[in-house]
Every structure is written in C-alpha cells, then in structure tokens.
Write a new protein. Sequence first.
Length: 215
Amino acid sequence: MARLKTAVLFSGRGSNLRALIAACAAPGFPAEIILAVSNQIGAPGLDYAAQAGIPARTVPHRDFKTREEFEQALDKILRASGVELICLAGFMRVLNKGFVEAWRGKLINIHPSLLPDFPGLDTHRRALEAHKSRAGCSVHFVSPEVDAGPLIVQASVPVLPGDDEHKLAARVLIAEHQAYPLALKLIAEGHVKLAGNQALIDGKPGPLQLNPAAT
Ligand code: GRF
C-alpha cells in the first residue's frame, strides 16, 4: 500500500522530526517523510533530514512582508511536493486561519502538555506551579485557535518530587517521541477521522491515551 506522504515543519532542535524519521524508517511503517521545512536558517533539525536523505527546505519567515505571504510560499512548496499530511514539530510560527482551513484534517501538531491544560508557552513551569501530579504531551489536529484542536493521542508521565522544568521537559520529551509516531501511524492507517470538533479513533472519541511503560 502507498505510504502517506508527510511533511514535517519545525524551527529548531528537531528531536520530534528525528523520532518521526526513525519511525518511518521501520519496515512496513505506513507513512514516509518526503519533505522537512524549517523557518529558521541553520536549525539543528536540518541535519537529521540531511542524514536521512530527506529533502529539506528553509523558508525564512523574515524574508516575507506578511504572515500571509510566508504561508503562501509554504503552501506552494507543500502542494508541489504532493504532501498529504503536515506534522508541526516545534514549528514556532502561528499559522493563520486561511492556511489552517486549507489543510483542515491534514495538519497536526504536538504540544508539550496534557491539553486543554496549558496551551501556549512555558508548559512545564506552569504544570509545576499548578502542582500537577502528571504532565505529558498531546498530538492534535490544528484548528485556528492555537493549541485547541481535536486531540488524537496523549501520553502522560508523572511529575516527580525534585522535578524542575528541565527534568520534567526531558521526561515529557521521551513521551513525545512515542506519541507523535503513534499518531502518524494511526492516521496513515486510516484509523483517525475528524468529525467536527472531535477526532475519532476507530470510531471512538479521542484522544487515545498512551502511557509509556517507563512511568
Ligand atoms: C516539543 O516539546 C514540542 O512539543 C513543542 O516544541 C518542542 C520541539 O522540540 N511543540 P523538538 O524541536 O522536536 O526537539
């Protein structure tokens, strides 16, 4: 069966890009990464794409006068490549409603909190300040409202005594690297449907909860 043609958009470190590349390299995985796009020149994640022989593009947002022009350029590149699904992985640009709606159901993101808790930035600090006993990550369809789209997969980890932001972030990141490939696999195999404001996984309301064995 044809593999789902996937693009990964990122801005920096690229560890989720790396995890998705690794997953796609496994025999029989139902998706392939055909394009990696960074909006930051020299983003470390570009090296992962190069090492894997994946075409990579840098589209610096600063080269465009408006957000719309930047997004039009992105859209053109993605469509020219025949991309069927876009994975945002640490892509630090908010996308306008026009782009989001044009790719509705084909645009997903990973966020480092158990949404609807802590949309936006500084999620780990805020989880610690709120004395949460668990933290985690969410893979969701992107909707025009930031970090609020239908949830596909969540993975949770414990918040442990002595945690600081960095320790918690590192624990959540391991969960991210499991949750994102799982979400990609579920979508590529046709298990996920977008029904209004909800993701259905094999007909059941999402998110699918993944609790890594290590926790
Ligand atoms: C991850 O924590 C992801 O959840 C968030 O941005 C971070 C990106 O990390 N959206 P990396 O670039 O994938 O290592």
